[in-house]
Design a protein around this ligand. Sequence first.
Ligand code: NAD
Length: 314
Amino acid sequence: MRKTKVVIIGAGYIGASIGYSLLLKETVEEIVFIDANRNRAEGEVLDINHGITCMGKSYVRLGDYDECLTADMIIITAGKNRRDGQSRRDLSYENIRIMRNIVDKMTPYYQNAIVLVVSNPVDLLTYQITEWLGDKDGKIFGTGCMLDSSRLVRLLAEYTKASIDNIQISVIGEHGECFMPIWSKATIYGIGVDEYCSQVGIPWNDEVKKGLIDQVYNMGSEIIKRKERTHYGIAIVTSFLVDSVLNNHPAMVPVSSVLRGEYGINGVAMSVPTVISLKGAKRCLELKWTEEEKNFLKICAKRIEEEKLLFYKE
Ligand code: NAD
């Protein structure tokens, strides 16, 4: 294992679950928690550390912002969580204020670390943090539509009875509100979903696709209704991204970063298939999608842009 250090800012449910998941997978050597509520963070550190004799070798501890100086990766999970009936966008005001506070404290110690944004609304916050820290050529990105993609893969596997490992599909756009699966590039066992379904005799049409999209759209709210928050799924997805980056396991994933002309979009953070590796989210791929898919991405960009302008106007 390479000697690696991750700083997690926000030791709430998500931060702690990410730390726990990184520890179990032995993804990094050192995990440092920072939180405005030091007491809570200390409790999580003690708790996570107490399984270390049985599994996981990472050194988990409490820290302060100067830890960012030597961090390989900084994961931001601080901020308000949505309650039942709230959308991710309802969190904008409060969470941008919290991000400003964090970035101010981080900046004197920020050098070259890769910054991964998890807090919501993740696209707006990824854009904002990129603006504040300066464009670092792929070093700042958000989890974006990774969770939505993962949820869709699970649903598609249940629907088609195919194994999860053999399903490839990306959800692109805005996390949670305005997204779209790229059906034209989706494959099951290497062949198109329509061809696969027709071979095995399962219906595959607009109604089925809409049903799957609706389930992905409502998934977060359904979990919040039942247990008030979501944290395990996003924690596992985040651990996967940390492993890809720090242990150099390149992957092509729909993470959120500020687009610079890709698909004709400029200055908006959103998810498109992106190669992540040791250098971060360096390459957003411009793939041959259908006209409908390309137009939909533009609609998503417009919505995120409007949300951004609305925020600055008030
Ligand atoms: P939580 O309330 O359990 O934890 C938030 C933590 O942030 C708290 O410990 C709090 O003390 C800390 N905090 C608040 N302000 C701070 C500041 N200025 N500096 C440092 N720490 C500060 O919330 P959670 O369930 O862990 O969720 C965290 C965020 O993740 C929310 O914004 C939530 O919407 C988001 N989320 C993202 C995804 C995704 O797919 N990207 C999925 C689920 C939730």
